[in-house]
Each structure stands twice: as C-alpha cells, then as structure tokens.
Design a protein around this ligand. Structure first.
Ligand SMILES: C[S@@+](CC[C@H](N)C(=O)[O-])C[C@H]1O[C@@H](n2cnc3c(N)ncnc32)[C@H](O)[C@@H]1O
Ligand SMILES: [Zn+2]
Length: 270
C-alpha cells in the first residue's frame, strides 16, 4: 500500500532503506523496520502518545491473550465483510497486538498500523509480522484517499474527516469502546462507588451499520498482570491512592470483560 509524504502529501517510493517523494523529502526506516512520518507541524497540540512503560505493560498484558475475545470479534467483522487481500488500517495501533494477530490469520491482507507513540511503533515493528508500522498522527494519516477496505480503531481518539477520507467507498470502520461491565470487578476494588461504562459510540456522521458485543470473563493469577491491565485503562490516571494501594495487594482477580463494537460503512459512490 502506498504511503504519503507528511510534508507534501505526494506518494512515497521505496529506495533501499528509505522512502522518498517526488519533491525529494526523504525518510529512513529505523533499524526495527518502521518509518517515522511525523512532520514537525503534526506534533503541535498533541503529546507524543503513550510512553515506554505503558507500551511495555500493554505488550506484556495483551500477549497473554486476555483480550482475545476482542481480537476474535474484530476478525469476525473482517472475515464477514472483506476479501482476504483487503487493505487494512490499524488506527492508533499501540504495540501491534491486534494487527499482527490479524496478519497471522489473514496473510494476504495488506496491513498498515500507525500510532503517535514511537515506543509503541518500535515494539509493533519488532514483531516482524509482515505489516507496515508508521509513527504518525491520527489527524494526518499518511495513506491516500479511498485506499482502505477495513479500518479498526480500538480505544483511541476519533477523527471522522480522516477516517472518511482514507476509506474506500463501501469500506468498513470498526470502533471498540468499553462495554457496560468491562473490568467491573477491578473497579469494585479501585472505587467505593464504581460506575458502569456508558458504552457511548463516538459522535460521527459516518453511516452506522451495526453494533456487536464481545463479552467474557478473564482470570488474572498474579498482581503483575493485574497492574499491567490497570495501566492500560483511563482509571490509571483518575484513581485515588487508596484504591491503587488496594489493587497492589490483590494476588488474583476474576473480572468481566466487555467490548461494544460499532461498525460503520462509507457509502458506495453514486
Ligand atoms: C489506549 S491505547 C490503544 C492502543 C491499541 N489500539 C490497543 O488497543 O492495544 C491508545 C493509543 O492511541 C495512541 N494515540 C493517542 N493520540 C494519538 C494521535 N493523535 N495519533 C495517533 N495515535 C495516538 C497512543 O499512543 C496509544 O498507543
Ligand atoms: Zn514530500
């Protein structure tokens, strides 16, 4: 799949260990095999994505398969809507667990993952999955208009204009948000009065096709995994210290997991 120059939006062509556009803007592959396509003006107004510690926690937790219910659900949507050689975009891909797993299941798919965090992309590229990984900003996705058959977007910021731009007519977008009971038993430890999640879909005018649910229960038998999971959640930033101290004492946790998947489809061209 073609990538676009972050400076002038022209197509990038590979030449050895770098890519170059017709205006001679040149970007080298990092030793792990990813590209950094974050132009100076794409950094403004945003932090630089998740840090190394968060990237390593996510890697440690997801690689144990705890959220494979979600992976299976995304795969089912792909399988029911797309050809095996579909072009796929993992939006804010994190450390690449879902896109690398999808590639194993669908080797002919042409998959690009991008994230603002260099630490996340470094880990994703190290998987050597056959996917392309790029450091890029959601608000300047470096792929051409109407080039993506299937995009998925798990727990990340939303940008309707960019998603509409990159999807092919008829292309599918899957967004996952935390379901009502997601991690309920962990929240009971963290908070005196926990709330259920509202499962709200993103605000968007991309035509909505379908809502699905993927639910399960996982058992974490050590505090390291419990804490890695906690670090992946927004609660990590909003929990009083007493709640965190309580969680640090928990040796084992059985908790509900629940994901709401909202499926959108760009209209076919008239
Ligand atoms: C909660 S994590 C989810 C990662 C991955 N989708 C997963 O489920 O494992 C959110 C990710 O969004 C990335 N992110 C945040 N703002 C971004 C932006 N403006 N452009 C690209 N990525 C961004 C973060 O670096 C982080 O990796
Ligand atoms: Zn250029």
């Amino acid at each position: 799949m073609t990538l676009l120059c972050p400076v002038c939006s022209q197509a990038l062509c590979r030449n050895g260990n770098s890519v170059r556009c017709e205006n001679n803007h040149c970007f080298d592959f990092a030793k792990e095999g990813y590209l950094n396509l974050l132009a100076g003006n794409h950094k403004k107004g945003s932090d630089m994505g998740d840090n190394k510690d968060m990237a390593l926690s996510r890697r440690a937790f997801l690689s144990k398969g705890y959220f494979d219910t979600l992976l299976g659900a995304v795969d089912d949507v792909f399988t029911s809507h797309c050809k095996e050689d579909a072009s796929v975009l993992d939006i804010c891909c994190g450390e690449g667990y879902y896109s690398a797993s999808l590639k194993q299941r669908h080797p002919d798919a042409d998959i690009i993952g991008f994230d603002l965090s260099k630490e996340m992309i470094r880990l994703a590229a190290k998987r050597k999955s056959g996917n392309t990984y790029v450091v890029a900003n959601l608000f300047h996705i470096p792929v051409p208009d109407s080039s993506i058959d299937f995009a998925f977007h798990l727990f990340a910021p939303f940008d309707e204009a960019q998603f509409m731009r990159v999807l092919k007519p008829g292309g599918i977008l899957v967004t996952a948000v935390a379901g009502e009971n997601h991690l309920w038993q962990m929240k009971e430890i963290l908070y005196e009065n926990p709330y259920k999640n509202d499962e709200k879909p993103p605000r968007t005018s991309i035509p909505f096709a379908e809502k699905q649910h993927a639910d399960g229960r996982i058992v974490l038998d050590n505090n390291e995994d419990i804490f890695s999971m906690f670090k992946m959640t927004p609660y990590f930033y909003h929990t009083p210290s007493e709640g965190i101290a309580k969680l640090q004492q928990v040796p084992q946790l059985a908790t509900d997991i629940s994901f709401a998947l909202y499926i959108y489809q760009k209209p076919l061209a008239e």
